[in-house]
Design a protein around this ligand. Structure first.
Ligand SMILES: NC(=O)c1ccc[n+]([C@@H]2O[C@H](COP(=O)([O-])OP(=O)(O)OC[C@H]3O[C@@H](n4cnc5c(N)ncnc54)[C@H](OP(=O)(O)O)[C@@H]3O)[C@@H](O)[C@H]2O)c1
Length: 247
């Protein structure tokens, strides 16, 4: 897979899956732009990726202002976007009775509104034949307690992706979803105890957590010409979680 001089935009690229994906695209020669809300994390990510063609943008893509800032930088670059990877998300886990309005809004703003309007504002900047990839989650196929709002955001995202497939087809833009299972990222590790991580690993047929680079590899495949006829797919990167549950 060669992404030489391809323009790749990744929301939430300073750590975890977004970072691993930015690194992988950079290693394949792409011009990568990553966003995040924390300047130090972005700097650290840029240092580690160490590519002259990596660009970072301090922008909160849960807000229209942040999305407009991203659109402006993309427009000023003068290069159409070949790959848009909508990845930034947050999760706040609590039983329905304990969910606050603030937590509900923060998750829907980041995970749904943010992706929706990032896509909307960047559609005019996408190259014909571009690839758009959404990060959903295996939670959509499960019914884990305390995950109602987070799961609902991902289910909403899946529907937006489905419709984008049809709306963008006339420009030969492919839209796909990657649905990770439990992946060892700073996000997951900060939200779970070692005991929970062991439990999550045990729910996969492969009996382990996934790695961020394993999700990144799937994103690169979806973005590549090798996946030229893959459109509207939802690829699980979860070590076989459903298979395990059906055992
Ligand atoms: N890890 C898993 O087990 C797992 C499983 C299923 C699905 N996923 C999905 O995979 C994606 C990545 O997850 P992850 O585990 O890699 O997360 P993570 O380690 O928490 O990283 C999230 C990234 O998104 C950025 N971000 C968060 N909110 C943002 C905002 N409003 N604007 C811009 N950037 C923002 C974060 O940087 P700042 O905080 O500095 O902004 C960070 O770079 C998410 O969509 C998540 O729902 C993860």
């Amino acid at each position: 897979m060669d992404f030489k001089n391809k323009k790749v935009v990744i929301t939430g690229g300073s750590q975890g899956i977004g970072f691993a994906t930015a690194k992988a695209f950079s290693q394949k020669g792409a011009n990568v732009l990553i966003t995040g809300r924390n300047a130090d994390s972005l700097r650290k990510a840029a240092d580690e990726i160490n590519s002259s063609t990596l660009q970072t943008l301090l922008a909160d893509t849960s807000t229209i202002e942040g999305i407009r800032a991203l659109e402006k930088v993309v427009a000023e670059s003068g290069q159409s976007v070949d790959v848009l990877y909508l990845n930034a998300a947050i999760g706040v886990f609590a039983p329905i009775q304990q969910v606050t309005e603030a937590d509900f809004d923060a998750q829907f703003n980041t995970n749904v509104k943010g992706h929706f309007f990032t896509l909307q504002k960047l559609i005019p900047h996408l190259a014909d034949g571009a690839s758009v990839i959404f990060t959903s989650s295996g939670v959509v196929r499960a019914a884990g307690t305390a995950s109602s709002v987070y799961s609902a955001t991902k289910a909403a995202l899946n529907k937006i992706a489905d419709i984008a497939v049809n709306e963008l087809a006339d420009r030969k833009i492919r839209v796909n979803i990657v649905s990770p299972g439990p992946i060892q990222t700073p996000g997951l590790l900060s939200l779970t105890t070692a005991e929970t991580q062991a439990y999550l690993a045990s729910r996969s047929a492969l009996q382990r957590l996934g790695r961020a680079d394993e999700v990144a590899n799937t994103v690169l495949f979806l973005a590549s010409e090798d996946a030229g006829y893959v459109n509207g797919a939802d690829i699980a990167v979860d070590g076989g979680s459903i298979q395990y549950m059906l055992k």
